[in-house]
Design a protein around this ligand. Structure first.
Ligand SMILES: Nc1ncnc2c1ncn2[C@@H]1O[C@H](COP(=O)(O)OP(=O)(O)OP(=O)(O)O)[C@@H](O)[C@H]1O
Ligand SMILES: [Mg+2]
Length: 364
């Protein structure tokens, strides 16, 4: 049986459903109000200036979000990272569901999902992070409670709880939501074994979710088990973080084969859209070699932005914060900011290419 949803009284945070009840759901008006600018404006280029558009401290209609220190930090982050407002992260034409996957542990999956989600949310996008790892690291990194027994992604994929009932608003960052993972999720792979269409549980849950979100990042566990398969079936894109270290490419072939299998049998829309190089240490030749090899092999799907090895990046989750708010001036923050911008711009390009192909076909 599903547990009672309301944790707002305990945590001071609100589920998306509660936010909706207070008039602060996933709608565009919320973002417009909370950011103080039109989110769609980014699509027309940033000439109007993000600083100007987000000049006010985010005003949340949710009282818990008003003038919180984290909200002030978020505002500061935008000022530091995008001082002239010259960078835009256009909202995609349709919801982008991105699985962040690599069965190798500790390569930066969670750090990448969390920081890119925050960067996109700070620049006018509506973003949800689905924590699909029983370790609950993405929930921790976003400061969302995920103690055993709390409503979480487990209830969504095992008990059919609607996603909006288990999504939580991320404190201080308007238009960012997190579906946390609790340790209950560790049992899900076993519990789902006899369930019909067990690989498509998350897909079903996301498909039924009507809230307007531009991005859903699914943070996968370090395995190729049923949870990761659920992410690959639910997503359209896979983002693979690759650590610039020894053994970086080991296991990658297996991941790519699994992705091909899912594509062939369960989700024909799936593609590896993005590779992000992480933990790059410029003092070592090895990092450079890994970068050359990955770029040589995967070409343009590798983001230009490379995430450096940085102590600040590893400290931020300890404060329940992304690097964007923890230390927006750091190299780690800049690299994730640039990576998020690339993802947004590449998505905008490919969707306009798709649109023109469709209209060309229509014209013939
Ligand atoms: N660029 C970086 N520089 C330094 N430390 C980093 C960097 N990126 C991530 N870390 C740290 O390395 C550890 C692993 O990162 P992270 O949790 O993001 O990897 P992961 O792939 O999600 O791991 P898992 O496979 O366990 O889910 C964490 O302690 C994180 O804070
Ligand atoms: Mg992780």
């Amino acid at each position: 049986m599903r547990k009672p949803t309301s944790k707002a009284d305990r945590s001071g945070r609100h589920t998306a459903r509660e936010a909706a009840a207070s008039g602060a759901d996933f709608r565009q008006e919320e973002i417009r109000e909370s950011h103080g600018y039109e989110v769609g404006a980014a699509e027309g280029g940033a000439a109007s200036g993000l600083e100007e558009r987000s000049g006010e401290i985010p005003q949340q209609s949710d009282p818990a979000g008003d003038d919180l220190p984290l909200a002030r930090e978020a505002k500061r982050a935008v000022r530091v990272l995008n001082p002239a407002g010259s960078v835009s992260m256009p909202r995609p034409a349709h919801r982008r569901v991105i699985a962040v996957a690599n069965q190798k542990g500790g390569v930066g999956k969670t750090t990448s999902a969390v920081n890119m989600a925050v960067a996109l949310a700070l620049h006018g996008n509506r973003v949800m992070v689905v924590d699909l790892d029983p370790q609950g690291n993405a929930s921790t990194g976003l400061g969302v409670e995920h103690g055993a027994g709390l409503n979480s992604v487990y209830e969504a994929i095992v008990d059919n709880a609607p996603l909006h009932e288990v999504a939580h608003r991320v404190e201080g960052i308007p238009s960012l939501y997190c579906v946390p993972a609790t340790i209950d999720l560790a049992g899900a792979e076993v519990e789902l074994v006899n369930v019909v269409a067990r690989e498509a549980r998350l897909r079903k849950s996301i498909a039924a979710f009507e809230g307007e979100v531009d991005y859903i990042f699914i943070d996968c566990p370090p395995s190729l088990g049923l949870l990761t398969v659920n992410a690959l079936v639910a997503a359209e894109e896979v983002l693979i973080p690759i650590q610039c270290e020894y053994y970086a490419l080991e296991g990658l072939g297996q991941l790519l084969r699994n992705i091909e299998l899912v594509k062939a049998h369960l989700n024909s829309r799936l593609r590896v859209s993005t590779i992000l190089l992480t933990m790059y240490d410029k003092r070592t030749k090895l990092a450079d070699q890994v970068e050359q090899e990955v770029r040589g092999h995967f070409n343009e799907i590798v983001l230009d932005s490379v995430v450096p090895r940085s102590v600040r990046l590893s400290e931020a989750p300890g404060y329940g914060q992304s690097i964007m708010t923890y230390d927006p001036g750091s190299r780690g923050a800049t690299s994730y900011f640039e990576a998020a911008e690339e993802i947004a711009l590449r998505g905008a390009k490919s969707s306009s290419r798709r649109q023109s192909q469709t209209s060309e076909k229509g014209g013939n």
